[in-house]
Every structure is written in structure tokens, then in C-alpha cells.
Ligand binder design. Structure first.
Ligand SMILES: NC(=O)c1ccc[n+]([C@@H]2O[C@H](COP(=O)([O-])OP(=O)(O)OC[C@H]3O[C@@H](n4cnc5c(N)ncnc54)[C@H](O)[C@@H]3O)[C@@H](O)[C@H]2O)c1
Ligand SMILES: N[C@H](CO)Cc1c[nH]c[nH+]1
Ligand SMILES: [Zn+2]
Length: 429
């Protein structure tokens, strides 16, 4: 990892820029595939699955039999772990539900809202280089709590045309209604337009590589809502003299191993034993099965040295990381001032992996600086709110004149009349 010294300004921002693909080329490919899936449906999905995943899939929908077989292929120990994770994710997301109450804004004018689950949702589960069954729990559990009726899941098939049993097991356990062997752009296009076998959905969720993220952007332009741009994983670790170099290195590697387009940043506050962190990075990297991927990610990653916690905070808020690990003495104070981050992990004993799998918070988070304006997935992401109001005779008398003058000033006399006619009726009754 290249080391740079923090210095406020555009030059520094350039030095920590994320490795991203040429947007024009990405969009071109996405448009071609979307167009073909819109016209030809399942046939086009199979064509691109063969092209990008190198596998022939005749029937893209996973059968009930395949789901049942998956059940028997997952070991008891993993099933227990999935049950613990699911329970914690349920507990956290259920706690996000808020009761709505009726409010009388003016005497006789009552307003309230009702939260409703989005009827049809599509979940994208990455499967290119790692079968992320944990993402199934992260998406399907809140979808179910929210009351979504149709929960469609797409994930790329393996080389033998099957889907990882842990993904299917988690899907069945969490209430997914239909599973499809489709990945990348073609899967997102299928959920956008609907095909012979795949339902069109109202909102698409889930992380993925740059192709998936670009496809979700086009889905949005085609009228389907999306959760957020959740692209290649990232982590920023802010560490001072209290941080354990071994832990710091392991946290950086945990996200570097996701993909070669991932980026990890260490913000080293004066006093951190940087030499030891670098030694540990090398040591731990050498035994990782995904060493080659992590190495490529590390080549685009950075160590930023800063002189103080204040500077570290500036860097964190500027970069807006998907994950921020704060391993400094006064981590609670530091955390208070974080304004741009997807998910924050505090202290020496809170690895980012905890949030990825089992602590309960959601791991589908905004990347690429989108944490400046977007939140990670929550129960709210799967719901919408419908507003209601009821105005009594007294209420329209109280509020009517306010509406009349506003409508008249906007030169919208039709609006004004809708009030005036009622007021006159009440007066002449
Ligand atoms: N931000 C988050 O919340 C979050 C969570 C989990 C994972 N992730 C990220 O998700 C990503 C998963 O990526 P992945 O690649 O392993 O799986 P993926 O499922 O996202 O992508 C695989 C698909 O990409 C398509 N593809 C591959 N090469 C292509 C090309 N040249 N042109 C067009 N399409 C192509 C194929 O259809 C393939 O099925 C990683 O970058 C990981 O960091 C992010
Ligand atoms: N770190 C990923 C989100 O960026 C989520 C994940 C799934 N499995 C392991 N990690
Ligand atoms: Zn991860």
C-alpha cells in the first residue's frame, strides 16, 4: 500500500480517488443488454449468462426440488450460524419499525401516515467470485418484516449450472418467493422489464460489482426504484497508538479480498506502529486463499498519515467510506463527529466482519462516496408511506382561508374553488 501524507486540497482527493471503470463503456454495455432482455426475455438472459458466466442455463427459475436438495447440502453447524445471524438481523431491523400517530395540525384537520411494504421487490445477490449468502439474509429478512409479498432473488449460477446451496437455503429460510439463475446486468434487466418467467418488480436491491451497479442506475431511469449504489466494498480504518497492528491489518484485508476493484484506506494517526501493521499485512496476506484478488485491491489502496485525530476525522468525512473502523483511544468522541460513513465500528474488538455477517446491522451499504447522501439498507428501504388526512366542517372553516389565498396567489383558481365552494355551502346551509 502506498503511503501518503494528508494535506487538505484537491491533490489529496485525487490521491485517494476510488478505482472506477470508464462510465461511458459501462453504460454502453448495460444499454445493449437491457434492450435485448426487454425484447427477448429469458432467452436473452440465458445468452448473456453463457457469455459472462460460461454456463448454459435452459430454465432460469430454480425449481422447488433444487431448493429442497439445497436444504440437505448445508451442514448443521452452518445452519446454526445462519439461524443466529438471522435472529440478530431480525431483532435489529424489527426495532426500526416506528408506530405512526394521528396529528391534529389545526383544530378539525387530522393527518397521519400508514407504512406499507412494497409489494414486489427484487434482490440481487452477488455470486461472481464468492457466493454471498449473508447478503440473502441482509435483504430478505427486512423485506419479510416489511410485508413485501413477492420477493424475487437473482444470483449468477456456478460453472455447473447450480446455485450455491447456502444461498438457496438462506433464501428459503427467509421467505424469498422465487429464485433465478441470473447475474450481472441481465439479471437486473430481467427484474426491470419482467420476462416470461421472471416477475417485473417495483424496487431492486442489493450489492454487486460495477456492472450490477451501472445496471441498477439504468433500471432507475426505466422507472424501477433502486436502493442505492452499493458497489465494490471498501473500508477505512482510523488507528492510533491504542490500535492492535494485527487487528488493523486483518480488517484491511477483510475488505481487500472482496474484489480487485475494492479499496481500503488506513488513516494512521501519529503514534500507530505502522511498521508492524505493514509486516502483518504481508504475513496475513500470504496465507489468504484470495491473495491474488486482495493484492490487486491493495495496489490501489492507501495509507494516509495524519498528525492528529482532527485531521483523521477530516479525512474520514471527506472520503465517506462504506465502512469506518475507529480504533483510537477516544473512539466514542470520534464517532460523535462522524458525518459521512455507511456503518461505523468502534474499538479494538469490533471487526467489520461482525457487521458483514451476524451482529444485526445491514451490510448493504453505500460505496464510492455515496455515504455522503445515502444510508445503508434498513426496514424503511422496503416500505413506503401513504399519507392520510380527514378534515371536519370546523377544520375546513379554520384552514380554508389559508388555502384560498395561497391558491389565488399561485393563480390556480380551480384549487381555490374547491375550498370556496365548501365554505359557501357550509355558510348557506
Ligand atoms: N456495498 C455493499 O454493500 C456490498 C456487499 C457485498 C458485496 N459487495 C461487492 O459486490 C461485488 C461482487 O462482485 P462479483 O463480481 O463477485 O459478483 P456479481 O454477482 O456482482 O457480478 C458477477 C456478474 O457480473 C457480470 N460480469 C462479469 N464480467 C462482466 C463483463 N465484462 N461485462 C458485463 N458483465 C460482466 C456477470 O454477469 C456475472 O454474473 C464485489 O465488488 C463486492 O465488493 C458490496
Ligand atoms: N463487506 C460486504 C459489504 O461491502 C458484505 C459481505 C458479505 N460477505 C462478506 N462481506
Ligand atoms: Zn465483507
Amino acid at each position: 500500500m502506498k503511503t501518503i501524507k494528508y494535506k487538505r486540497g484537491a491533490d489529496f482527493e485525487q490521491q485517494i480517488a476510488r478505482p472506477t471503470m470508464e462510465r461511458e463503456e459501462l453504460d454502453r454495455i448495460v444499454r445493449i443488454i437491457f434492450d435485448e432482455v426487454r425484447r427477448k426475455g429469458d432467452e436473452a438472459i440465458s445468452k448473456y449468462t453463457y457469455h459472462y458466466d460460461g454456463v448454459t442455463v435452459d430454465t432460469i427459475q430454480v425449481s422447488q426440488q433444487e431448493l429442497d436438495i439445497a436444504d440437505s447440502l448445508v451442514g448443521e453447524e452452518l445452519k446454526k450460524a445462519i439461524a443466529v445471524a438471522k435472529q440478530n438481523i431480525e431483532t435489529f431491523h424489527a426495532s426500526q419499525a416506528k408506530a405512526s400517530k394521528k396529528v391534529e395540525t389545526v383544530s378539525g384537520v387530522t393527518c397521519w401516515e400508514r407504512t406499507v411494504g412494497i409489494e414486489k421487490v427484487g434482490l440481487y445477490i452477488p455470486g461472481g467470485s464468492a457466493p454471498l449468502f449473508s447478503s440473502v439474509l441482509m435483504l430478505a429478512v427486512p423485506a419479510k418484516i416489511a410485508g413485501c409479498k413477492e420477493i424475487v432473488l437473482c444470483t449468477p449460477p456456478r460453472k455447473d449450472g447450480t446455485i450455491d446451496p447456502a444461498i438457496l437455503y438462506a433464501a428459503k429460510l427467509s421467505g424469498v418467493t422465487k429464485v433465478f439463475k441470473a447475474g450481472g446486468i441481465q439479471a437486473v434487466a430481467g427484474m426491470t422489464y419482467g420476462t416470461q418467467s421472471m416477475p417485473k418488480v417495483y424496487k431492486i436491491f442489493g450489492p454487486g460489482n460495477q456492472y450490477v451497479t451501472a445496471a441498477k442506475m439504468l433500471a432507475f431511469m426505466e422507472g424501477v426504484a433502486i436502493d442505492m449504489p452499493a458497489g465494490p466494498s471498501e473500508v477505512m480504518v482510523v488507528a492510533d497508538f491504542t490500535a492492535v497492528p494485527r487487528f488493523v491489518a486483518s480488517d484491511l484485508l477483510s475488505q481487500a479480498e472482496h474484489g480487485q476493484d475494492s479499496q481500503v484506506i488506513l488513516v494512521a494517526i501519529d503514534g500507530l506502529n505502522l511498521k508492524e501493521v505493514e509486516k502483518e499485512l504481508e504475513l496475513q496476506l500470504s496465507s489468504l486463499p484470495r491473495k491474488a484478488i486482495a493484492e490487486k485491491a491493495l495496489a490501489k489502496s492507501r495509507i494516509v498519515t495524519v498528525d492528529s485525530e482532527i485531521e483523521a476525522l477530516e479525512v474520514a468525512n471527506l472520503y465517506a467510506p462504506e465502512h469506518l473502523i475507529v480504533s483510537v483511544k477516544n473512539y466514542a468522541d470520534f464517532a460523535q463527529n462522524v458525518v459521512n460513513a455507511g456503518s461505523v465500528f468502534l474499538g479494538n474488538y469490533t471487526p467489520e466482519s461482525a457487521g458483514d455477517y451476524a451482529s444485526g446491522t445491514n451490510h448493504t451499504l453505500p460505496t464510492n462516496g455515496f455515504a455522503r447522501a445515502y444510508s445503508g439498507i434498513s426496514l424503511d428501504s422496503f416500505t413506503k408511506k401513504i399519507f392520510f388526512q380527514e378534515i371536519s366542517e370546523a377544520g375546513i372553516k379554520n384552514l380554508g382561508p389559508t388555502i384560498e389565498i395561497m391558491a389565488e396567489t399561485e393563480k390556480l383558481n380551480g384549487h381555490k374553488n374547491a375550498v370556496t365552494l365548501r365554505l359557501e355551502y357550509l355558510k348557506n346551509r
